[in-house]
Design a protein around this ligand. Sequence first.
Ligand SMILES: [Zn+2]
Length: 109
Amino acid sequence: MKVTKLNMYMAYDRQAGPGEAAVLVFHHTAKEARYLAWSEEMSDWGCEFVDATATRLDKSFEHLWDCYRGDGLPLLICDPPTCPNCKVWGYKLSADGKSCDGCANLIAP
Ligand SMILES: [Zn+2]
């Protein structure tokens, strides 16, 4: 069996946008991540499959990779760790872990 590494994706309803609701998915491809997220969770939101999309997040999102249990199987996380300041996830956290790129842009003078 060919062993492929998992990638990390943010799946969301492209009509509503990722700020509305998004889930974290560990899977091999965006296509598979999209289907898992949609069938397990997003269809419950009333999201149509055609509107479901998955965007790859790179390795620099260390705090999100920390969610992965590391057994090599795909995983869906409906409640990923959020930024303690703005309560949003999907941005890189600051070095002290108290804010993220998203709120840093808002706070910046
Ligand atoms: Zn933030």
